[in-house]
Each structure stands twice: as C-alpha cells, then as structure tokens.
Design a protein around this ligand. Structure first.
Ligand SMILES: Cc1cc2nc3c(=O)[nH]c(=O)nc-3n(C[C@H](O)[C@H](O)[C@H](O)COP(=O)(O)OP(=O)(O)OC[C@H]3O[C@@H](n4cnc5c(N)ncnc54)[C@H](O)[C@@H]3O)c2cc1C
Length: 481
C-alpha cells in the first residue's frame, strides 16, 4: 500500500509511503516532520479536542510557564533581600496578564505548529475525532482514510478522582485554570505533584489564598524527604497552606465557591475556597477509539502498551507521547514521535532510550533531577554514595542573598561514575545538563571536580558538590579546587 487514500474523495496513490497520525500535539508534529525528512509521500494529522499543537502550547507548558514567570516577577519585586533598596510589586490587572498569555500561546502555536507544516506540502491537517479500524485504516465520522503506517499520539487529559459532589460543585483543570478572567480570592489545589505545586505557588504569588490538599504523606511523593521537606518549608513560608495525608470525603457548593470535607490526621475538617483546581494525575486519551477492538493492547489505566521500538501490539501501528503514560514531558513526546516515524518508515528498529533524562518542576526554588536518587541507586545494586551541598555554601547564592536549596550528587563508590543528581535551587534546572551529559557520557565525579567552573556562577555549586564527596566544603577558600 503506497500513499494515503481516502474513500471519501477517491484520493490518489503516491509512490512513497504514507503515515496517518491520530492526535495533533508535539509527538504528532515531530513525527510528521521526521516522516517528511525520510521521504514520506503523504502524512495526515488528525486532531480533535484541543487546538492544533495539543497540550503543551495551548494548556500546558507555555501558559503555565509564562504565568509562573509573571507571578515570580511580582514576588521578587515585593521581596527584595538587599539593604538600602526599596521595591514593591502590585498586581494591577489580572485579565491583562491572562490576555498577554493568550497572545503568547497564539503566537507560538502559529510559529511552532501551524507554520511548520504549512511549508510541507506532504502534510495535511484534518479536524475530527479519529477511530482506528485496523492496521491501515482510520475512520473520522463518515470518512475513511488508509495509509501504510499509523501513529497514535492522542496525549492525555486531567484525571478526575471520583469524589462525591466534585462534578456538581464544579472544578478547574489545566484546560480552564489559565483562562480565569479574575484572580480567585482563594484556591484549593487537589494534588501535590508538579502541576499542582507549580499552579499553587503561581496563584499564591499573584495574591490568592492557596491550600494544597495532598493524599500522601508528602508533596512530590516520589522524591526523598530532604527535598520534599525543604520545598514544603519554602512554600509554607510564602503563605501557602500545605496539608498532607488528606482523605477527601466530599466536595460541595458553598456560599463563596466550593467546600471540601476531608479527614486530616484523623480529624474532620472543612476547607472552603472560591475555586478548586484538580491536578491529581493524567489519564490517556484512548477511549472511544476502537483501539482494543483493532488489536492495540492497553494497560489497566488505558495507556497504550508498546515495544521498545514504540510499536503497539498491532503491527504497523505505533504510539508516542503522553498516551504511553511514561516520562510525560513534551521533549520525550517529540523524541518518541520522531523515533516512531523513523522506525515505521525506514524500518530502523531503533530502541527508545531514556538514559540521563532530565526533568524539572518549575516551583521556586525549582526541583530538578536526572538519573537515580540514593534509594533507587541502592535498589539497583550500586555501592552508592551521596554528597549534599546546601546552597549556603555556594558563593553565587550567598551574593544573591538567596540560599534556599541544595545540590545532591549520587555516585557509584567503586567506579566514581555519577548515577544521578537532585537539585533544589532558584533556576536550578539550568544546572541539570552538565550532570545529564556526565551520566550519558560516563564522566566521573573526579573529572567534574577537576574541570574549571567559573567563580560566582550557580554552576560552581556542581563542582563544590563534587568536592564534597571527599572534603568538607566549609574548609575551602575561595574558588574551590
Ligand atoms: C499544566 C501542564 C504543564 C506542563 N508543563 C510542561 C513543561 O514545562 N515541560 C514539559 O516538558 N512538559 C510539560 N507538560 C507536559 C506536556 O505538555 C506533554 O507531555 C505534551 O504536551 C504531550 O504531547 P502529546 O503530543 O503526547 O499529546 P498532546 O499534546 O496532548 O496532543 C494530543 C492531541 O490529540 C488530540 N486527540 C485526542 N484524542 C483524539 C482522537 N481520537 N482523534 C483526534 N485527536 C485526538 C488531543 O485533543 C490533543 O490535541 C505540561 C503539562 C501540563 C498539563
């Protein structure tokens, strides 16, 4: 079978191979451009639900990060640590902040998605909900399309927990939160992972009274307690209320908005706010698509099961991005989209490789990580050693009068190879790539320690942390060696 044919208009067959992509987000666009580079004759992207570009540009990374930055500007203006300097910040027009965010989203959607395929005559964008019929055909309403290969890149959506009264009371998700026209006087955030915490701090800094309700004992439950306790402390100092080990019993409408009834530390408590934001996880967009019927195996949560080459259990059908349920980041979605297209069209059989995958939580201080933490390193059988450097030892942080956070390196004692790192620091994610490169290319802790790091950069903290494996950093003079 060559070229995409459409029984609706009797379409033509091209010599080169064809690809249908279900979903129009980052994984899809990356797959489409890679497929064209590989000589695909026709690539059809079918998107529905979110606008072109999917989650990241419309209701995820872009709106959240620009609003987080806006809130940070306000916070920094109001919290200047230097003597003799008086600053103040004031939110004067929340709807103008939202309007500017809208313009940025529209601009990036156009530049990074719409314009990218406008110049590729092989790529066609269709709007509609697609269902898979078999390994080569897809149906969109009355229309049926066929192609040599099919890629499913339908992403994920906010998972809504089954809490009595929640639907009736009404709630916000990432699709509605960044569109509020007025700043909520108060906000309950359900969840304690990255989306929940980023939004919670952002709204608190803009002026909302924020309460975070987290089911487990700690926020960021997959991280170690040194990180989660410190972050909890910093957020609490800023005025957020962080409640953990919370069992929510019910949500109801209240005079001022919504009220949550919950058991916290064995006691029943009612918390009221203007809005409730649900950020308790993501669920795959795999429903009503005929996937299992066609032979595509899903896991118990509905995420698509794939081989290491990203092929589903139906040969010829591939999957990429959030719909896989792992490493749900836009850069992994794009990586997987391109890889799946390559494996489909050029039979490359390349395996997905997530070695040294960096990740970031955009709170302030940021939480950033790569590789294993100390518990994971021991569980993986390493003779692991940890060096933790509080930022109060880093000259850049001291000079900036902001020593919140730490840098933690984990190495294998025998080989001196870096196994992982965790960073809690303002703009700490900018430090991550040196460590990711070290892990990926086998650079030892000693080699990091022996490399020049410019004095009075935050990056110098990496070198200091590396030195901490063998020395007490408190004893070093300036420009540590
Ligand atoms: C609030 C928030 C903040 C985030 N911040 C970051 C960040 O800072 N950095 C980062 O790396 N990642 C971030 N992410 C994650 C990132 O947005 C996702 O990992 C990424 O967008 C996933 O891309 P995708 O192509 O797999 O899916 P999506 O972008 O979700 O695209 C899937 C598209 O398919 C459509 N669709 C679904 N079903 C069908 C169907 N049957 N037929 C046709 N179309 C269909 C959907 O409506 C959507 O348009 C964030 C996510 C959220 C929610």
């Amino acid at each position: 079978m060559k070229g995409t044919t459409c029984c609706g208009n009797g379409g033509s067959k091209d010599a080169a191979e064809s690809l249908i992509i279900i979903g129009g987000g980052s994984a899809a666009f990356s797959a489409a451009t890679r497929a064209v580079e590989l000589g695909a004759g026709k690539v059809t992207i079918i998107n529905d639900g979110l606008p072109t570009g999917g989650t990241c540009v419309n209701v995820g990374c872009v709106p959240s990060k620009t609003l987080i930055r806006a809130a940070e500007s306000l916070h920094r203006a109001a919290h200047n640590p230097f003597a003799g300097i008086k600053t103040n910040g004031k939110l004067t027009d929340f709807s103008a902040v939202i309007e500017e965010k809208r313009q940025l989203v529209a601009q990036l959607r156009q530049a990074k998605y719409v314009d990218v395929i406008r110049d590729l005559p092989q790529v066609h964008l269709i709007k509609g909900h697609a269902r898979l019929l078999d390994a080569h055909s897809v149906e969109i309403g009355e229309m049926r399309l066929t192609a040599d290969h099919i890629l499913i890149a339908t992403g994920a959506t906010a998972a809504i927990p089954e809490i009595p009264g929640l639907s009736e009371a009404g709630y916000l998700t990432n699709e509605s939160t960044f569109e509020l026209e007025t700043l909520p006087e108060s906000l309950i955030v359900l969840g304690g992972r990255y989306i929940a915490l980023e939004c919670a701090q952002m709204f608190a800094r803009l002026g909302s009274r924020v309460t975070v309700l987290q089911r487990s004992e700690h926020i960021l439950p997959t991280e170690t307690e040194d990180i989660t306790n410190a972050l909890t402390g910093y957020l609490t100092e800023e005025g957020l209320e962080i409640l953990t080990a919370v069992a929510v019993e019910q949500v109801s409408r209240a005079r001022q908005g919504v009220a949550v009834t919950a058991i916290i530390n064995g006691e029943k408590r009612e918390i009221a706010a203007a809005h409730i934001l649900v950020a308790t996880g993501r669920k795959p967009n795999t429903h009503n698509m005929g996937l299992e019927h066609a032979g595509v195996l899903l896991d118990e949560h509905g995420f698509i099961q794939v081989s290491p080459t990203l092929q589903t259990t139906l040969p010829g059908v591939w999957a990429a991005g959030d719909v896989l349920g792992q490493n749900m980041f836009v850069y992994t979605a794009a990586y997987e989209g391109a890889l799946a297209a390559e494996n489909a069209l050029s039979k490359a059989d390349r395996l997905a490789d997530y070695t040294a995958l960096p990740w970031v939580i955009f709170t302030d201080p940021q939480v950033a990580g790569v590789g294993l933490d100390e518990r994971q390193a021991v569980a993986a059988g390493h003779d692991a050693e940890v060096a933790t450097l509080p930022l109060s030892y880093v000259p850049r942080s001291i000079a900036a009068r902001d020593t919140r956070g730490l840098i933690k390196l984990i190495r294998d004692k025998k080989t001196d190879l870096l196994l992982g790192a965790r960073i809690l620091a303002p703009e700490g994610a900018e430090l991550l790539m040196e460590l990711a490169m070290a892990i990926k290319f086998g650079i030892t802790v000693r080699q990091i320690r022996e490399s020049f790091h410019a004095y009075l950069t935050l990056g110098e903290g990496i070198k200091l942390a590396a030195i901490t494996f063998g020395k007490d950093v408190a004893q070093l003079s300036c420009c540590a060696t």
